[in-house]
Design a protein around this ligand. Structure first.
Ligand code: NI
Length: 265
C-alpha cells in the first residue's frame, strides 16, 4: 500500500518525525507544558506533556493523537492547538497531551506500526482476541496515571483516510448529550458530516457512533471511568491544512465543554 503523506503549509512533509518532535517540544514548552516519558515502543519514545490548571478543582482532561500513521492531521493538530489556544483556556483544565503514539507509523505514512500492529486495539474489557501493540503495552503500563489524567474527559484524535465526511465516536452514559453534539457541531464548521447509515459496521446517526466498545484506547478509558470520551474522525480526502485546523478546533471545543461542565458542579 502506498504511503499517505501530505505537504504542510510551511512546505515540509506530514511524516517528518524530526520536524514534528522539534516543533512539538518548542510549542509545548512555550505554553508551559512539561514533558515526561511513558516508555519506548519500537525504538521510539512515547512522551506525555502535562500542564496544571490554575485551580486544583479544574477538570482533568487527556488528548491523545497519532495512533494511526496515515492520520497525520491529528498530531499536527495538537501543535496547532498549542499554538492557537488562549492561555486562559489552558489555565482552566489539568491537561495531559499524548501528541504522537505511533511514531513508526507516522514516519512511514502508514496506519499500523512497524510491526504491522494496530496501536488502537487491544485495550480493556472489550479487546476480544486483539493483543496490545508495542505502543499499547506502554500505555497499558500507565493505566492508573492515564485514567486519572482523563477522568473528566478523553479525546482521541483520528482521521478516516478515504472519506470526505467527518464523524465522531462518542462515549457518554445514556444518549448523546451536549458534549458529543458539540464535537459534531464543530466538525460541521469544517466538513460535511457523515450521513446517517453505517461506517465500519457501526451505526452512524447525526454524525455520531455512540458507545461503541471495541478495545480502542478511548473505549478503554471510558471503561476505566472517564466521565466522557470521544474519538474524532476528520476526512483524509480533504485538504491537509484544513484538517489540521479542524483538529485543533475540535480539541478546543473538547476542553471548553469539559471546563464548562465542571463549572456547573
Ligand atoms: Ni484511526
Amino acid at each position: 500500500m502506498s504511503a499517505s503523506i501530505w505537504r504542510r503549509p510551511d512546505g515540509g512533509a506530514s511524516n517528518d518525525l524530526a520536524a514534528f518532535d522539534a516543533l512539538c517540544a518548542e510549542r509545548a514548552e512555550a505554553t508551559g507544558f512539561v514533558r515526561s516519558v511513558l516508555g519506548e515502543a519500537l525504538g521510539r519514545t512515547i512522551a506525555a506533556w502535562e500542564r496544571a490548571a490554575a485551580s486544583s478543582r479544574a477538570p482533568h482532561v487527556l488528548i491523545a493523537a497519532g495512533f494511526h500513521g496515515e492520520e497525520a492531521a491529528g498530531p499536527w493538530g495538537v501543535l496547532e492547538f498549542l499554538g492557537s489556544t488562549p492561555p486562559d483556556l489552558l489555565d482552566r483544565a489539568h491537561l495531559v497531551l499524548l501528541p504522537l503514539v505511533n511514531a513508526t507509523g507516522f514516519a512511514a505514512g502508514q496506519r499500523l506500526n512497524a510491526l504491522g500492529e494496530n496501536p488502537n486495539r487491544g485495550y480493556g474489557a472489550a479487546r476480544g482476541d486483539d493483543r496490545p501493540s508495542a505502543e499499547g503495552e506502554v500505555l497499558l503500563s500507565h493505566s492508573a496515571r492515564l485514567a486519572e489524567a482523563g477522568r473528566d474527559g478523553v479525546l482521541s484524535c483520528h482521521e478516516d483516510r478515504w472519506l470526505r465526511h467527518a464523524y465522531v465516536y462518542s462515549f457518554e452514559s445514556g444518549p448523546p448529550g451536549a458534549f458529543s453534539r458539540s464535537l459534531v457541531e464543530t466538525a460541521a464548521r469544517w466538513f460535511a458530516v457523515a450521513p446517517d447509515g453505517e461506517i465500519d459496521g457501526c451505526v452512524v446517526r447525526d454524525g455520531l457512533i455512540h458507545n461503541h466498545y471495541d478495545g480502542s484506547f478511548e473505549a478503554w478509558l471510558s471503561e476505566c471511568g472517564a466521565a466522557v470520551a470521544a474519538c474524532i474522525e476528520t476526512p483524509g480526502e480533504a485538504d491537509f491544512a484544513r484538517r489540521v485546523q479542524a483538529q485543533a478546533a475540535l480539541m478546543r471545543t473538547f476542553v471548553e465543554m469539559r471546563v464548562a461542565e465542571s463549572a456547573l458542579r
